[in-house]
Design a protein around this ligand. Structure first.
Ligand SMILES: [Zn+2]
Ligand SMILES: [Zn+2]
Length: 212
């Protein structure tokens, strides 16, 4: 199960589709038609938001309305959804309507086919990462060579650093990181080279690279 990346929407956020006999969509950033094209008739079980910023849930309601998928999000971001979606206005966009309802996910929960939730707050209070076999989807927590913004009213830079440190501690270095913006990387590459938060700022012993 390798995430299929669709780059789309107003801020070119990454959407990821994961499929077996059915599919899930993480961060519906783009056009419904693009999603349907990847599904090729398969059911869409869940739409998952790593967080409730408008560029990551741009088409959530439209995709859910046309597929019947359930919407999964952390409760803390759902409760702040109107505030989080309103960051669209700063950038000259009309905030999208959120889905009508949500199911809440928690740290440690397996949501689908071994895909596990890590609550990784900082960029927003309810930001989550999703850990699969050999990869982790990090939303706007950790990027290739960068980290998520923490200058927003609902952000917390200390929490962001602890969340990234938790990724370095708990996720094997050879795992591929699929971030919310930009190209993929690996946990080890960021732990070693990320100029904002590397493993050295976490006080964790770097993992042996022999496993990679
Ligand atoms: Zn964001
Ligand atoms: Zn974003």
């Amino acid at each position: 199960m390798t995430p299929i990346r669709l780059m789309a929407g107003p801020l070119l956020a990454n959407s990821y589709i994961l499929c077996e006999d059915e599919c899930i969509l993480v961060d519906p950033a783009g056009d419904v038609e693009d999603v349907l094209r990847v599904l090729r008739g398969r059911d869409l079980r869940f739409v998952v938001a790593t967080h409730m910023h408008f560029d990551h849930v741009w088409s959530a309601k439209a995709v859910i309305d046309s597929t019947g998928a359930d919407f999964l999000v952390h409760r803390l971001d759902w409760e702040l959804r109107y505030e989080l979606l309103s960051t669209a206005e700063e950038l000259g966009f009309r905030p999208p309507d959120p889905p009508d309802r949500a199911e809440f996910v928690e740290d440690g929960q397996t949501i689908w086919r071994g895909l596990r939730v890590m609550h990784t707050p900082g960029h927003t209070p309810g930001s989550i990462s999703l850990v699969g076999s050999g990869f982790v989807l990090t939303g706007d927590l950790l990027f290739n060579g960068s980290v998520g913004r923490t200058d927003l009213p609902t952000s917390n830079s200390k929490a962001l650093v602890s969340s990234i440190c938790r990724i370095y501690r708990e996720i094997p270095y050879h795992y591929v990181v699929y971030p919310g913006h930009g190209p993929p990387t690996t946990v080890g590459a960021e732990a070693t080279n990320n100029p904002f938060v590397g493993a050295s700022s976490c006080g964790v012993t770097p993992q042996s690279t022999s496993a990679t």
